[in-house]
Design a protein around this ligand. Structure first.
Ligand code: NAD
Length: 283
């Protein structure tokens, strides 16, 4: 296969709906799947609202909105992804969920298709081992919010072929993104650096060194970061941050990666951040 035309997106959460939107905006046909019908509808409506907002601001015209929406369909039946050239999985950051999805996708989707994961930290080699096409499995790690952030980190698993990674990268570029390639080691490049900083911000709060606003202001005003680490953690999702820290801790084995007990406590209390209305801050 030399070109991707039809993209399947698995998961219609913050990331999946962003990937689907950017794909459809750049001329790809996109099918978005979620197991949760309400979540799927929310994701589709969210994309339509984003497009309407852009229209109001004069970023694009009605014709562009119509053609983008015409490129996009939504389904709760995974089998509808069978003809996709590329599937980007963006379901919850959980090994069990992802491994099962890749086993099912491998059976359903045509054999020449590429199966990519937007995972923040789970091993691409391990995900690929759940399929009979490990050479056609790669990491395609978009950043949040997908329509705004320029980077796609691509990840080569042990068996990922050159043809596969090059086609994934060409597709990301057609979506207007810049690619950085990383090796398949826990956290890859972005989260190997970002998550320990966020985790350390939680320890700083936990140990009473500064309050939440103080920590965020320290990093914004003192280190020129556009968002403070705790604000950013709420934006990413505290459940996702904890899942990534657990993968770093388990995968790299160093105690410096142990998740902060306060982060764990917030997730236990279902304080997931912006998406649940409460995290470090209230929304
Ligand atoms: P989210 O909680 O917003 O959305 C997850 C979606 O997955 C939900 O809609 C849920 O219904 C769906 N889902 C769960 N199980 C499923 C299944 N078996 N089949 C289909 N859909 C299923 O999470 P998110 O922030 O969009 O994260 C999704 C993925 O993207 C994770 O792997 C995460 O690590 C990664 N990621 C997140 C960010 C971020 O900033 N949030 C950034 C980069 C990558």
């Amino acid at each position: 296969m030399s070109e991707v035309k039809l993209i399947g997106v698995v998961g219609a959460g913050q990331m999946g709906r962003g990937i689907a939107q950017v794909g459809a905006m750049n001329g790809f046909k996109v099918i978005m799947f979620d197991i949760n019908a309400d979540g799927l509808k929310f994701g589709h409506d969210f994309i339509a609202k984003q497009l309407a907002k852009g229209l109001e601001k004069g970023k694009w015209d009605q014709g562009f909105v119509d053609s983008t929406l015409a490129n996009l369909t939504a389904t709760t039946d995974l089998k509808d992804l069978k003809d996709c050239d590329l599937v980007v999985e963006a379901a919850t950051e959980n090994k069990k969920i992802k491994f099962e999805l890749f086993r099912n996708l491998d059976e359903i989707v045509k054999p020449e298709a590429i199966l990519a994961s937007n995972t923040s930290s789970i091993s691409i080699t391990e995900i690929a081992a759940n399929t009979n096409r490990p050479e056609k499995v790669a990491g395609m790690h978009f950043m949040n919010p997908v329509p705004v952030m320029k980077l796609v980190e691509t990840i080569t698993g042990l068996e990922t072929s050159t043809e596969t990674i090059e086609l994934v990268e060409a597709t990301a570029q057609k979506m207007g993104k810049t690619v950085v390639r990383a090796d398949d080691v826990a956290g890859f490049a972005v989260n190997r650096i970002l998550m320990p900083m966020i985790n350390e911000a939680f320890y700083t709060l936990y140990e009473g060194i500064a309050d939440a606003k103080g920590i965020d202001n320290a990093m914004k005003l003192g280190c020129n970061q556009p968002m403070g680490p705790l604000e950013l953690a709420d934006f990413i999702g505290l459940d996702t941050c904890l899942a990534i820290m657990e993968v770093l801790h388990e995968g790299l084995g160093d105690t410096k990666y142990r998740p902060c007990p306060l982060l764990k406590k917030y997730v236990t209390a279902k304080r997931f951040g912006r998406k649940s209305g409460k995290g470090v801050y209230e929304y």
